[in-house]
Design a protein around this ligand. Structure first.
Ligand code: UD1
Length: 430
């Protein structure tokens, strides 16, 4: 699958942001820890969610997709604590089944996590935490196997504020005996959302969103109804789309506070950013100015917005830098931007120097991971001429109706199944 687009149209209008993918994945895992029915609303209709729901079906979870954005789950009939199939190996969040199944059944066997190749992405902090909670761990046939006679609360210090480890340990500790403290916990909005969801199921979790999370284990989790928060990264991607196309876009149904780091950088680059209720309007200016960006855990600038702001820096006056401090392999998209005429140098794999080229030119590109794929689409929409972004299955993993939402803002973009579709689009646009 590929996106084909003609750049040059300033995007304008309103776009409604879907539920947060990364929150959804943790929340779905939390839901199967109850034997009662859990209803989840504002579920994003993206591939990663579909893959996780398929994995649930395979272990006996009753999955009732009420509509695109609502699912009812019942984990009362789970018949195995082993989740392994080819598709779950492709996503990152399969690892939440470790915390969920270990917490509920004291046993979990899950395929080694996959996900985007943006770095080595070890799970040592997850495993350290599980061990402290009383589990023994082995790797077998590229599965992670965890087993515990009982789970006891523990004091866990994370070496770095890992999002995945924090969620996984909250899941397992929610049903452990006694008190757990997670120190140096991640503070991303989806950490708070998963904690709120678990609490609505009867868990006792305090401090989510802060450095120290305290959990008092409970015996069981009950059913609930829960609405997922809006997706910070999807919203940020559309805000950046407004900046790079010099457009005027309002992102609706978001939590503006989650966008603070992104809004601040857009203003520094010369865009107008106005918050109103649950919306933010971004008005791009004829001239963008360079800035320096360092990716950091929340509330810092998110690594998942790094490629998107990289595109803006290619078009901004002056020399901008991005220092990537979370993942070591996040600049692969730069090779693709160079095909469009970008002038970017990556020093030691962690610092990108973006020199202004004023204009990008349409080219044939390949998405190298999920966020890079979205960023290349932004580059194509800002560029002169036609751009084809191949390998967009990555993008479909995490963005709901990306092409349709962009079309709603006036973008000339199509999702093309094959070369024939690309040719037709080019003919229409010529
Ligand atoms: C999650 C998100 C991903 C986002 C990332 C950082 C999901 C499904 N994915 O990924 O979109 O880019 O947070 O916001 O929610 N680390 C270790 N050992 C561990 C765990 C992490 O060394 O056990 C390191 C990682 O290599 C990385 C850093 O810690 O350098 C942060 O990783 P982490 O927050 O765990 O990211 P993910 O949960 O994989």
């Amino acid at each position: 699958m590929r996106y084909v687009m003609k750049g040059g149209t300033p995007l304008a209008g309103e776009v409604t942001i879907s539920g947060a993918k990364n929150a959804a994945l943790g929340i779905l895992a939390a839901a199967i820890m109850s034997d009662e029915t859990v209803t989840i609303d504002n579920l994003p209709d993206v591939r990663d969610v579909a893959v996780l729901l398929d994995a649930f079906r395979e272990i006996g979870v009753l999955v009732d997709r009420v509509d695109r954005h609502v699912v009812k789950l019942n984990g009362g009939n789970i018949f195995t604590a082993c989740a392994d199939n080819p598709s779950i190996r492709k996503i990152r969040a399969g690892y939440y089944l470790l915390g969920a199944l270990l917490g509920k059944y004291h046993h979990a066997e899950v395929a080694m996590p996959g996900g985007c190749n943006i770095g080595t992405r070890p799970i040592d902090q997850h495993l350290k935490g599980f061990r402290l909670l009383g589990a023994v761990h082995e790797n077998n046939n590229s599965r992670v196997i965890l087993d515990a006679k009982e789970l006891r609360g523990a004091h866990i210090y994370l070496d770095m504020p890992s999002v995945g480890a924090t969620i996984n340990l909250m899941l397992a500790a929610a049903l452990a005996r006694g008190n757990t403290i997670i120190e140096n916990a991640a503070k991303e909005p989806h950490i708070v959302d998963v904690a709120n969801m678990l609490n609505s199921m009867g868990a006792k979790i305090k401090g989510a969103g802060m450095d120290v999370i305290r959990i008092t284990g409970v015996e069981r989790l009950h059913g609930t109804e829960y609405t997922i928060i809006p997706d910070q990264i999807e919203a940020g991607t559309f805000m950046m789309a407004a900046a790079v196309t010099k457009g005027d876009v309002t992102v609706r149904r978001i939590i503006p506070q989650h966008m603070d780091a992104i809004s601040a950088k857009l203003m520094e680059m010369g865009c107008e950013v106005n918050e109103q209720g649950d919306s933010i309007r971004v008005v791009g200016r004829p001239t963008l100015y360079s800035c320096n960006v360092k990716t950091l855990p929340y509330p810092g600038f998110p690594t998942d917005m790094q490629p998107q702001i990289g595109v803006a820096l290619c078009l901004a006056e002056g020399v901008g830098t991005i220092t990537e401090s979370i993942f070591e392999n996040r600049f692969k998209y730069v090779d693709e931007l160079r095909k469009m005429g970008a002038d970017v140098e990556v020093v030691k794999g962690t610092v990108g120097l973006f020199r202004s080229v004023g204009v990008l030119h349409g080219a044939d590109l390949v998405a190298t991971d999920l966020r890079a794929g979205a960023a290349l689409v932004l580059a194509g929409l800002a560029a002169e001429g036609i751009t084809v972004v191949d390998n967009v299955d990555y993008v479909l993993r995490g963005y709901e109706d990306f092409d349709k939402k962009l079309q709603g803002l006036g973008a000339e973009i199509r999702l093309a199944e094959n070369e024939e579709d690309v040719k037709k689009f080019k003919f229409r646009m010529s």
